[in-house]
Design a protein around this ligand. Structure first.
Ligand code: BES
Ligand code: MN
Ligand code: ZN
Length: 495
């Protein structure tokens, strides 16, 4: 990694050299705190010249005035700080990172009057960390951003309630680390991250107190997971099912369950995909990455809840041993599936993982995440994930968490009329429903495997990767789902 960032909070700010970043508001673009660094009073003049007014998410970079105790002073606008949402504060932090990326030592001065609460300050720090993420493991030539190879950046944020900030930051650091894990897994190429290697990364969560079981091919055969195993037939790399267990609640409390599609690479199989853009299919394990990142976050912040994470890990390849269109497989549930298109493989992985999850753990709910259909991008683009659910309360709670975190979801319908589209001549169902409503028929397929358990399916094909750059993410992989589901758990299920 190019940079490690250490964030701390301090009641007092002893400034001797380094970079100072001050928060500016519309009513006070240059705060009293910023002025205190500039005894000669030249900052106001410099700000006037730069046009900085304190508008939210605006920045100004100023060479430190003579006599200043800092080498450089920079300003970040917070507009009317009292009106910023938690996500706005993250964006402020993201903007702040663009000013400090080349520094070694940074002191952050917040405005006076306690405009930034400890929570807001911690959100700002989270945004800073998320923006700072980059995946450059395979860049052998050092770019602009890491002139010194692996660098350390120390950020001290000055706040009257430093202890409160530090406390609020614990959960944000856990979120930053979970998002980083999810992004790393999605960015990692498939030659490095096969099913076995992914399972090993999940196993590393044991260091945080997560119990992790890895099922091998042999064990999955015993469980009759023929749908999942069918997808894996064309790959020389064996499949895995990873089960992660976090017991932060009362022993008897029913767990929440999160299930992820982990296709480490999706060629389409015998129904092979066109060459253009196929490299993106290294990210077809974005659902599994989000579940793994979420488990990291929940464990790292010691969430007071019982949670199960299950990820189905396979590779979808064309081969002499691969499954064919027309094949019929028997899922773990006993329901039979006619394979129409081997490229509709995600639902085949998920259906057995959902059956296993439900039978073994009897969870309060199951939420699955998957880069499931190209059609969801046609419907919603890259700014909302598709949400399908058999439960209005769960659906509403997810939508609310989406608004809070700005990892947004949009509910699409389920209906018996769509369900008919996947009936098969030869088996109980087929794995595709034709040209129309591709995301909905995929969801109808999954619905046949969840019984009465409250369930939601998030189709994250448009949001997990190839994401538009934002103030808090510049990486191909967004880590979508980690913050959304952490917020869902925090707001509704921790007593
Ligand atoms: N992994 C793909 C969906 C996908 C496409 C994710 C583009 C991200 C970007 C999925 O396995 C797939 O191939 N779905 C097919 C289903 C079809 C064959 C019914 C699709 O969307 O075309
Ligand atoms: Mn596919
Ligand atoms: Zn796929």
């Amino acid at each position: 990694m190019s940079m490690s960032i250490e964030i701390s909070f301090s009641k007092t700010a002893k400034i001797s050299g380094g970079l100072v970043v001050a928060l500016g508001s519309l009513s006070e673009p240059v705060s009293a705190a910023a002025r205190s660094v500039d005894p000669a009073g030249q900052l106001d003049k410099a700000v006037k010249v730069s046009g900085f007014t304190g508008k939210p998410f605006s920045t100004a970079d100023i060479i430190a005035p003579v006599e200043a105790s800092a080498d450089r002073i920079a300003l970040v606008g917070a507009g009317d700080p009292g009106k910023l949402t938690p996500h706005d504060w993250m964006r402020v932090g993201g903007k702040m990172f663009t000013l400090i990326r080349k520094a070694e030592k940074v002191t952050v001065l917040l405005g006076d009057g306690g405009s930034a609460s400890p929570e807001a300050t911690a959100d700002m720090a989270l945004g800073l960390l998320m923006r700072a993420y980059s995946f450059d493991l395979y860049k052998t030539k050092k770019g602009e951003e890491d002139e010194n190879g692996s660098r350390k950046l120390t950020v001290v944020i000055q706040h009257e309630d430093a202890a409160g900030c530090k406390k609020a930051f614990v959960s944000r650091q856990a979120i930053a680390d979970g998002v980083k894990l999810a992004r790393d897994l999605v960015n990692e190429p498939a030659n490095v991250l096969g099913p076995v290697e992914f399972a090993a990364r999940a196993k590393e969560l044991e260091a945080l107190g997560v119990e992790v079981e890895i099922l091998t091919e042999k064990e999955m055969k015993k469980l009759k997971m023929e749908a999942l195993l069918g997808v894996s037939l064309g790959s020389v790399r064996p499949p895995r099912l990873a089960i992660m267990k976090w017991q932060g609640g009362k022993p008897k409390d029913k767990p929440l369950a999160f299930v992820g599609k982990g296709v480490v690479f999706d060629t389409g199989g015998i129904s092979i995909k066109p060459a253009a853009g196929m490299e993106d299919m290294k990210g077809d394990m974005g659902g599994a990455a989000a579940v793994t990142g979420l488990m990291h976050t929940l464990a790292a912040r010691k969430a007071k809840v019982n949670v199960i994470g299950i990820i189905g890990l396979v590779e979808n390849m064309p081969d002499g041993a691969a499954q064919r269109p027309g094949d019929i497989v028997r899922s773990m549930s006993g329901q039979t599936i006619e394979i129409i298109n081997t490229d509709a493989e995600g639902r085949l992985v998920l259906c057995d993982a959902l059956t296993y999850c439900q039978e073994r753990f009897k969870p309060q709910f199951m939420i699955n995440l998957a880069t499931l259909t190209g059609a969801v991008m046609v419907a919603l683009g890259q700014h909302h994930a598709g949400l399908f659910s058999n439960n209005d309360d769960l659906s509403q709670a997810l939508s609310k968490a989406g608004e809070t975190t700005q990892e947004r979801v949009w509910r699409l319908p389920l209906d018996p009329a769509y369900d008919k589209m996947i009936d098969s001549k030869f088996a109980d169902m087929k794995n595709t429903g034709g040209r129309y409503a591709g995301s909905i028929t995929a969801a109808q397929f999954l619905k046949r495997f969840v019984g009465d358990t409250p369930w939601a399916h998030l189709d994250i094909a448009g949001t997990a990767m190839g994401s538009p750059s934002t103030d808090i993410n510049q990486s191909w992989a967004s880590g979508f789902g980690v913050r959304l589901l952490d917020e869902l758990v925090r707001a509704n299920y921790e007593g």
